[in-house]
Design a protein around this ligand. Sequence first.
Ligand code: CMX
Length: 137
Amino acid sequence: GLLRVDHVGIAVADLDEALTFYSETFGMHCVHEERNEEQGVREAMIAADPDGTGARIQLLAPLRPDSAIAKFLDRNGPGLQQLAYTVKDVEAASDALRARGLRLLYESPRRGTAGSRINFVHPKDAGGVLVELVEPA
Ligand code: CMX
């Protein structure tokens, strides 16, 4: 099952500009940054609380025009793109949702932020929300 909200993902055109905006406007700070070539993103986890253990926001910028984030930006412009939940076992959580008739985007988990294993529920099967399942490393 789902353990908690892991992060909320926001699509942005330019990661450095977005980091500056969140830092200068909201006083949030970056707790992790990486490139995920398979997903075609440059991404950063940011937090409002000083020790970075509270709720996290993931800023996602496209690396390629054919990436999921580039397509999202083309269609919607910048904004909320995904809601991610922490799970203990991403395969078990995916199977449980498949058994309830939901479409998972990947047959088997792929690599997410910081060595996590991830899968997604199609937004059309989850009330218009792209739901990510995250099994932390
Ligand atoms: N949230 C809500 N709805 C969304 C959506 C999103 N992020 N992305 C697409 N949709 C909707 C579209 O508006 C469209 O609806 P209409 O048909 O009513 O216009 C429908 O879903 C389109 O579905 P599709 O044609 O099957 O798929 P798309 O080509 O639009 O791609 C998706 C959507 C979810 C399959 C694709 O974005 C994807 O594969 N996402 C998973 C990977 C990802 O998001 N990676 C980036 C983050 C990496 C990370 O978290 O580490």
